[in-house]
Ligand binder design. Structure first.
Ligand code: FES
Ligand SMILES: [Fe+2]
Length: 377
């Protein structure tokens, strides 16, 4: 309905706003309940994640820089599924704006743009009622399909939430970004790995593409990490998916050289999964995800898992403890890159050496994730 069509009819019946002594109290209680619920949701979010704040050297490398590529298209992580229990509503920065993530009482996860289509209140301050999200302003309710299906004083108008496509994969929650709001053109790949349970994150002044480039920057493995990492063959690509193998050679006294074979899967610019085979059937997985929060600020997520799991409460606790140690180990390794992430500038035309050819190849592959005219070199 347009604004012009909404002239009040002569016989309009207004909602019964008779003030009784009880009404203000019930509203007060409602607000207190909402505030307590917000605190609970935040606590649930924090229980399964740990945030790190980078405190090392930092320069504003993007001062006066006009070479930013736009936000890339694809799937981006917003946390672990357990951080969003039924009934929770959480707001998160995403691609220069915000998103509201909520889970209905039956467990359906939805991600929406934050502003209520009625008059624009922020839905992050709303609450879940059954399968609906309730706007905090006029308390219009929106169903899991995004449509307004209930209001306290009128026929529901034909308005809908701006829901974003979302998925729950590998124990994590993913949201789809497309510069024109198009539906997903590809899905997250099937990977044989256990669900992740907790996650660490930190924000940097860097582009997601630059952060992911780390995996193709073979030169820095030695110069920055002191590792003997070599690529095993060329990367295999299939559209937004890329898979390659690396060999990390360790030298142990008496034992000699031991090779660690790492298989890396990348999907878009938001997800990388590296798997190391251990003796027997054991495998270690490490995950690094990137999510653009706004221009030049990217959230980096890291987590790790271990397989196989033997069922039972004791082994599950041991498994959880081992996975936490493993995550800390990978975090320490990646932390060596943090000062670079925080202070590097994106160069459209980097001065690559011959041995850096993989970086050039990677940048070419990255172009598919941007609007065609804005694709970076
Ligand atoms: S602004 Fe959301 S119901 Fe009115
Ligand atoms: Fe690195």
């Amino acid at each position: 309905m347009t604004i012009e069509e909404l002239k009040p009819p002569d016989d309009m019946v207004l909602p019964d706003n008779t003030v009784s002594g009880l009404q203000p109290i019930s509203l007060l209680l409602q607000r207190r309940r909402a505030a307590a619920a917000t605190r609970r949701h935040k606590a649930a979010y924090d229980r399964y994640s740990s945030v790190a704040v980078y405190k090392g050297p930092s320069f504003n490398a993007h001062l006066g820089c006009d070479e930013f590529p736009p936000h890339p298209n694809g799937w981006f992580c917003v946390g672990v599924g357990r951080q969003f229990p039924p009934g929770s509503v959480m707001t998160m920065p995403f691609m220069g704006s915000e998103i509201v993530i909520y889970r209905t009482r039956s467990g359906r996860l939805r991600i929406t743009r934050p502003f209520c289509p009625h008059i624009g209140a922020h839905l992050g301050l709303g609450e879940v009622r059954g399968e609906n999200i309730v706007c905090p302003f006029h308390r219009f309710e929106f169903g899991p399909d995004g449509k307004c299906d209930r209001t306290p004083y009128s026929e529901p108008p034909r308005i809908s939430l701006s829901l974003l496509p979302s998925r729950e994969r590998y124990g994590m929650v993913w949201v789809w970004n497309h510069h024109e709001g198009a539906e997903p053109t590809w899905e997250l790949p099937s990977l044989d790995c256990p669900d992740v349970k907790t996650i660490r994150y930190c924000d940097f002044n860097v582009l997601p593409q630059d952060m992911m480039e780390n995996l193709f920057d073979y030169g820095h493995f030695k110069s920055l990490h002191g590792l003997d990492v070599l690529p095993m063959g060329r990367p295999e690509t299939d559209g937004p998916y890329c898979r390659f193998r690396l060999r990390n050679r360790h030298h142990l006294p008496v034992v000699g050289y031991i090779d660690e074979n790492i298989e890396v899967d990348i999907a878009g610019l938001g997800m990388s999964h590296s798997r190391v085979k251990l003796p027997g059937e054991h495998r270690m997985s490490s995950w690094v995800m990137t999510t653009p929060l706004k221009e030049n600020v990217t959230r980096m997520w890291l987590t790790a898992t271990l397989t196989p799991v033997r069922e039972g409460p004791v082994s599950r606790r041991t498994q959880d403890a081992l996975e936490k140690v493993l995550t800390r180990f990978y975090w320490t390794l990646l932390a060596q890159d943090f000062f670079v992430f925080q202070s590097k500038r994106y160069f459209r035309h980097p001065g690559l050496a011959r041995e850096d050819s993989q970086i050039g190849w990677y940048r070419h592959w990255c172009r598919q994730f941007y609007p065609p005219v804005d694709a970076p070199s």
